[in-house]
Design a protein around this ligand. Structure first.
Ligand code: DCP
Ligand code: MG
Length: 359
């Protein structure tokens, strides 16, 4: 296999940096994004100033407050984070379509072939980091290597605003010195089990046989065995993103009664709203599709600033859209409702494919 060029990009103290960017009073201060200490909230993330006090993601807000009473707590503003996420994703796609987002703030890129014909992956990474800072006023860090595992670990090495390259020649030493905690895929439980076996670093992991690792970690055993040797053949898999979420249904027989149509649209609205909510999203456009008895189809759409995610609003809009068709006077054989202009990226996933047919 041809040697690949993989980049892992990860924004620095993401939510907290967005808050500091948008509110100058927060700059240079310990900022905690998450629930307030009065509630039983947790820290989503915190600024680097707050990290000096030992505060980190997933810590209870009460504990964070005790560690740093002068910290400023702010509630998350997901719309702002999503907007940045879209900006950086668009940027990534200027270099390659092999972009695999892991969350709002990080992604793998396979730039073996890149759209700009840049020879070295390091050059691509450097350009991406500087463009991120130009376009978003935020910093990111990147890791560059020949597989996902090494790129991901490398991106963490020189945070913030760092660029770390691991060449095939450097990989062995790089991995040997890694603490087991910094291996991607090693959670707290696995870390404990490894430490109990005397595995504290990449070098220790390299001493373990495949059989032992499989006995200890089941299916993951082989993964650990391979990454200790710098082997990781996982491909960068781009998520296909849904443009819309909708349902349609063919009626048992052609229908000329608008009341009946509204009952069917009510069920459709429930289904579509359920899906939209299940994907944690909402959309600004609702489209009604009507197929008449003679198979001619028409659509009518309504777009509004306020995103929609509930069945009641959808049904209300659907009724107005239905009035803009010839449904009634002309018998109808199919009705459909679709929400588009989604406010978040919704990947096609298993759960969506496994959906049951209407009703
Ligand atoms: N996040 C969260 N809860 C967690 C971890 C993360 O809500 N337990 C959110 C907040 C982070 C964002 O996801 O800003 C990105 O997660 P990262 O792990 O990349 O952390 P940061 O970007 O905040 O910091 P770093 O500079 O270490 O990447
Ligand atoms: Mg990050």
């Amino acid at each position: 296999m041809k040697q690949r060029k993989i980049i892992h990009v990860d924004m620095d103290a993401f939510y907290a940096s967005v808050e500091q960017r948008d509110n100058p009073r927060l700059r240079g201060k310990p900022v905690i994004v998450g629930g307030d200490p009065g509630s039983r909230g947790v820290v989503a993330t915190c600024s680097y100033e707050a990290r000096r006090f030992g505060i980190h993601s997933a810590m209870s807000s009460v504990r964070a407050y005790r560690l740093c009473p002068q910290a400023i707590f702010v509630r998350p503003r997901f719309e702002a984070y999503r907007a940045v996420s879209l900006q950086i994703r668009e940027l990534f796609h200027e270099y390659t379509d092999l972009v695999e987002p892991l969350s709002l703030d990080e992604a793998y890129l396979d730039v073996t072939e890149n759209k700009k014909g840049i020879e070295f992956a390091t050059g691509v990474a450097r350009e991406i980091l500087s463009e991120i800072s130009n376009r978003t006023d935020l910093t990111a860090s990147a890791g560059v290597s020949y597989n996902k595992f090494l790129a991901k670990v490398a991106s963490d090495v020189n945070k913030p605003a760092g660029l770390t390259v691991v060449t095939p020649e450097q990989a062995e030493d790089f991995i040997a010195e890694l603490s087991i905690r910094s291996f991607h895929g090693v959670g707290r439980v696995t870390e404990k089990r490894m430490l109990a076996r005397g595995i504290a670093s990449g070098a220790d992991l390299l001493q373990c046989s495949l059989e032992e690792l499989q006995r200890l970690f089941g299916n993951s055993g082989e993964y650990f065995y391979n990454i200790a040797r710098g082997i990781d053949n996982r491909a960068v898999v781009p998520n296909r993103i849904r443009k819309s979420i909708g349902k349609e249904t063919t009626l048992d027989e052609d229908c000329s009664d608008k009341g009946e149509m509204m009952i069917i649209l009510g069920k459709l609205a429930e289904r579509v709203a359920g899906l939209v909510q299940a994907h944690n999203t909402s959309g600004q456009t609702l489209t009604l599709k009507v197929r008449y008895g003679d198979f001619q189809s028409v659509t009518r759409s309504h777009t509004q600033a306020e995103p929609v995610d509930d069945a009641d609003t959808m049904l209300l809009l659907a009724e107005k859209l239905l009035d803009k068709t010839e449904a009634g006077p002309r018998p109808v054989r199919l009705l459909g409702l679709t929400v588009s202009n989604l406010t978040t990226d919704v990947p096609f996933d298993q759960s969506a494919q496994m959906e049951l047919p209407f009703p």
